[in-house]
Design a protein around this ligand. Sequence first.
Ligand SMILES: C[S@@+](CC[C@H](N)C(=O)[O-])C[C@H]1O[C@@H](n2cnc3c(N)ncnc32)[C@H](O)[C@@H]1O
Length: 354
Amino acid sequence: MNNIDFFFNGETNHIFILGNCLEKLKEIPDESVDCVFTSPPYWQMRKYDLSSNGTVHLGDEKDYRDFVKNLADIFDEVKRVLKKTGSLWLNLGDKYYNKNLMGIPWRVAIELQDRGWILRNAVIWDQMKGTQSAKDRLRDVYEHIFHFVKQKKYHYDHDAIRIKPKKKPRKSNGTLVSATGVSGVKYRKQITESKDLSEQEKANALQALDSTLLSMKQGEIVDFRMTIRGYQRTFHSNNKKVSGRAKELADKGFYILKMGAKGFLPSDIWRIVPEDKWRKDAHYAVFPEELLLAPIQATCPENGIVLDPFSGTGSTVCTALKLNRRGIGIDLSENYIELSKKRVLGAVNLFNSV
Ligand SMILES: C[S@@+](CC[C@H](N)C(=O)[O-])C[C@H]1O[C@@H](n2cnc3c(N)ncnc32)[C@H](O)[C@@H]1O
């Protein structure tokens, strides 16, 4: 096997493979996959259907260190099949053991870093509602989604995941104002009356303000904020050594933050309610589609390949196909593989009540 198209047999855009992913990954050619999005079994939380014969499955390890090692071994193999420009998105939940929050997701993330992965984001998936079993601590409502890459330069289409601004600039009393009502009149007055800016700095600030207002008129930006020495302060830090903005303020006397009309990038906190309508007989941890959109759109080019080595009901593959990508799913459970195949063909709707 030397070619991923051969692997796909030229006929299909998806494949589901039954078996242990550590073994089955070995059948996939080197550097052939663009993006991996997956959620392995969590440590000591297994609820899945594994028609097994008493073998210790991933997640069942008595010692969390064995779980971390076993998982990292699988991701070594994922690294081999991932293109140099590829991405791995790893969703993991934590576990209390003897009342102690184990920090399992971070233990795994650090082990992966130690094995050469570069961690680009540790997304907080805020699931908004969580069960409350203990009365002596807060409710747990988030899980992690780590974004790893193999090298410093990788495929990332940030334009594909921009959040479009909801409001646009508009006219108010004959004056153009930004999406949040900023006209620049207050900034112009502050610059002109400033005792902290030199004449040259004032001229530069007024010129920058005019050019920003022109960009807004021309539809290139929808909003802006100006920070002027003596009036506003830097957002994060006033220390020139740690903040580029603080340095700009000290050196030039002002800076301007602009929000482009193309929109802004999502933050690393995602508020997405988990699927709670799925058929409870089918599976326990089905990905909501929304969770998969940005990772696939940003890190897998069209017609590229998305892999989920713990594919469960095939959510990752289904979403990849919807987004005009190809998909490979691997799962240890025959039932889930059969269900995934039907789901992809539209023959099963997981969210129907039974
Ligand atoms: C958290 S679930 C994934 C659910 C999936 N994201 C979905 O949307 O349906 C983890 C899956 O890993 C599978 N699994 C456990 N150990 C495995 C292994 N060694 N190789 C492949 N799959 C495995 C389980 O059968 C289970 O379906």
